[in-house]
Design a binder for this molecule. Structure first.
Ligand code: G16
Length: 541
């Protein structure tokens, strides 16, 4: 088998965003596009010669083709071994686990996460480092730089490898080890959670529904929830991963997982329901008649973590992304844990987890996780909820009511304006940024601004600095808002507006009504309607 050096030129815009490089699938399929980015990764990490890598993806359109291209490129550049999920499938948390368990040097995950899949939808490539986590900013910057200096890439002239069954085979001098994508991950979950207690709960007639949204968690959920824990067959719905996710949008939130969300408020609602996203790292938690917001979910998991065997030794500390609600801060304060606020993006938790400074972390964007891997983990969150529900024998609604009674309630919502004209969105942010110093003391609707600043973060472990991570405006009385532009969209700009207020003894149930003064204050300060031409957000979560 011959190594081939293919001359190439740098392509514009191969700059990894919040979570790897995410573009339209057709762009990735252009000859040389994927190859250029992969070669840029190799170049940025000092080559792959002699290294062991993990490879897999969420099964979306082009996943299988991309895996073959990457295998040939790894072999051509001298990699010693690639551990690849059967059928080129691996959920993001399972890939993180494999990298760690096998002591691999890193891994490539093929996914555009919760974005739709298909020839006319989205594709993505993420590089994870040896700790199993998303590449930090220093590495993504090096990849981008390498992508701008590329003049050739290396590949092997070789036929496709059969990835349809577990076995080890060779590609040139490189070993290709095809592994079952589920087994190691399921074993890890059995160590962290009390499977006997969950099994007893489920066998006592407790009804569970898990929506895999035709994405990668289907096989994981069937194995763990139905086979190992004894949930009734059919409890996992939309369980077969499809290249276009059944034409759905595999994003587990009330908008995109609407059938599940509606079912929980319907007459035949199960006791507990959950959904996960394209690559299995996000989660949405629901209980009969109640939706659990991601920020509340993190707070409840932290407050009850000691009930799960993997966390019985206690929680060392917690972290949340800055726009995530402060519900978990109140738990941390009550328990005497340290609590960190990081920029949006799971990579910012990596150093805190590696240094043993935090045990649990989470984000408002439906991500929760712990030190068991270095990615957020959808099914892990579902199992932790089930373990806590089994241990307390409370309903989801009962557990939340008890939590709010103890810590008060953080009313929280995110308003998204999608595919907004990029220039208009950037101008909105730039103008508000310029106005920040003058905002304190200013009246905004019924509220008065108390503080306003652009969030910047100094990593407490390595001192690295991340600037311009969102505009944060606080109001007298403790409410706040954050505005930032998404780093994961593929069309125009997505403006995210995060809204929060706190009530010590909560009464109502309507989140948007509770937040109405904050919503009006943001409009008064930022003029979103006039500047974007939108009357209302596209998505409210
Ligand atoms: C990715 C990151 C998350 C982050 C989210 C934010 O999620 O992994 O840590 O919270 O992006 O997205 P945006 O920049 O659009 O607000 P995922 O699930 O897409 O990998």
């Amino acid at each position: 088998m011959q190594v081939k050096s293919v001359p190439t030129k740098p392509v514009e815009g191969q700059k990894p965003g919040t979570s790897g490089l995410r573009k339209k699938t057709r762009q990735f399929m252009q000859p040389g596009y994927l190859e250029n980015f992969v070669q840029a990764i190799w170049n940025a990490i000092g080559g792959v010669s002699g290294k062991t890598l993990v490879l897999g993806g969420d099964g979306r359109f082009f996943n299988d083709r991309a895996a073959q291209i990457i295998l040939r490129m790894a072999a051509a550049s001298g990699a010693a071994r690639v551990i690849v999920g059967q059928g080129a499938l691996l959920s993001t948390p399972a890939a993180s686990n494999l990298i760690r368990q096998r002591g691999a040097d890193g891994g490539i995950i093929l996914s555009a996460s919760h974005n739709p899949g298909g020839a006319d939808a989205d594709f993505g490539v993420k590089y994870n480092t040896a700790n199993g986590g998303p590449a930090p900013e220093s590495v993504t910057a090096a990849i981008h730089e390498a992508s701008e200096r590329l003049d050739h890439y290396l590949t092997l002239e070789a036929p496709d490898i059969d990835l349809s069954r577990p076995r080890t085979t060779g590609l040139g001098a490189m070993a290709v080890e095809v592994v079952d994508p589920v087994t190691d991950y399921a074993t890890l979950m059995e160590k962290l959670f009390d499977f006997n207690a969950i099994r007893a709960l489920l066998q006592g007639g407790y009804q569970l529904r898990f929506d895999a949204m035709h994405a990668v968690t289907g096989p994981y959920a069937v194995e763990i929830l139905e086979r190992r824990l004894g949930a009734a067959p059919g409890s996992v719905i939309n369980a077969t991963p499809l290249p276009d996710f059944g034409q759905g949008h595999p994003d587990p939130n009330p908008v995109w997982a609407k059938p599940l969300y509606d079912a929980i408020f319907g007459p035949d609602a199960p006791d507990f329901a959950a959904a996960s996203d394209g690559d299995g790292d996000r989660n949405m938690i629901l209980g009969r008649g109640i939706y659990v917001g991601p920020s509340d979910s993190l707070a409840v998991l932290a407050a009850n973590a000691h009930l799960c065997p993997g966390y019985a030794g206690g929680v060392r500390g917690v972290a949340r992304s800055m726009p995530t609600s402060r519900a978990v801060d109140r738990v941390a304060a009550a328990r005497g844990w340290s609590c960190f606020a990081t920029p949006t993006g799971w990579k910012f938790f990596g150093n805190l987890l590696d240094a043993g400074m935090i045990t649990l972390c989470g984000e408002e964007s439906f991500g929760t996780g712990s030190d068991h891997v270095r990615e957020k983990d959808g099914l892990w969150a579902v199992l932790m909820w089930l373990n806590i529900l089994a241990a307390t024998r409370q309903s989801v609604a009962g557990l939340l009511a008890a939590h709010w009674a103890e810590f008060g309630r953080s009313w929280y919502s995110r308003h998204d304006y999608e595919a907004v004209d990029a220039a208009a969105a950037e101008a909105l942010i730039a103008d508000l940024r310029a106005a920040l110093p003058d905002l304190p003391g200013q009246q905004a609707g019924a509220l008065t601004v108390s503080e306003a600043a652009e969030f910047a973060y100094t990593d407490p472990v390595d001192g690295s600095r991340a600037e311009r991570q969102g505009l944060e405006i606080g109001f007298v009385g403790g409410a706040r808002t954050v505005l930032r532009l998404s780093g994961t969209g593929t069309e125009g700009a997505t403006l995210r507006v995060y809204l929060e207020s706190h009530e010590a003894s909560p009464t109502g149930t309507d989140t948007q009504a509770a937040l109405a003064p904050v919503i009006a204050a943001v409009e008064a300060l930022a003029g979103i309607r006039a500047r974007t031409g939108r009357d209302a957000p596209d998505v409210i979560t």
